[in-house]
Design a protein around this ligand. Sequence first.
Ligand SMILES: [Zn+2]
Ligand SMILES: [Zn+2]
Length: 270
Amino acid sequence: MLDRFIARFGTEKIAVLHSKLSIGERHDEWQKIKEGKAKILIGARSAIFAPMKELGIIIIDEEHDSSYKSETTPKYNAKEVAEKIAKENKCPLLLGSATPDLITYSKCQIDRDNNLKSNLVNTNNFQKDIPKLLKLTKRANLSKLPEVEIIDLKQELANGNRTMISLELYKNIEENLKNKRQTILFLNRRGYSTFIMCRNCGYTAKCKNCNISLTYHSYEKKLKCHYCGYEEKLMTTCPECHSDKIRYFGTGTQKLEQEIHKQFPRSNYY
Ligand SMILES: [Zn+2]
Ligand SMILES: [Zn+2]
């Protein structure tokens, strides 16, 4: 971000504030801002408190990000502080996001509803505390979105593919391997199986402390709670009905890893 701004406006006009600066560097930047030499300030959360003069606009990018809220004392939400500062300076506050915070988004919906009711569009909303929804309908530089394909695994199963890798995915990984290219597989579950259930009585293995499903970790052969770290030994019989119908469901990264190893035995993976 800094490089882009420097390339466009030069070093002199730009100040930077973030936690990695030394006290000396921070002092220099602060002074640059205070004396009005810096026309543009780029900074992380606490930069909102910088003594900018003649504020023209405040831009908070990726406004949905929870890091704008400070959890350490003094607790504050940079977005709320920005709203107040913008109001005092009578300047607009621009909140940017492709996936807006629901609170921000709903406030804009109120604006839309009000406009529908009064049948007039108010272009000076920033002075009245009501956020206005501005939509970007085209991507920057008109760049193309990556191609996305959704594969129905139920259909794969119906076609006789019982693995977790669809035929399309298999072909693509195969092609990448052939062309010496890499593949990243994302899966938002750690462990091997994400829940353990008795097919006889419906018992599910849960954490004693948190009441959430335990995850099976195949390396340690243990059931683990991902919240509190509670562990249990692997079970083969049901602790409730003592049947041996205990089954492991769901897919974690370890299971996927095993599957990849099976289907692409000569490739390297991490
Ligand atoms: Zn049971
Ligand atoms: Zn737990």
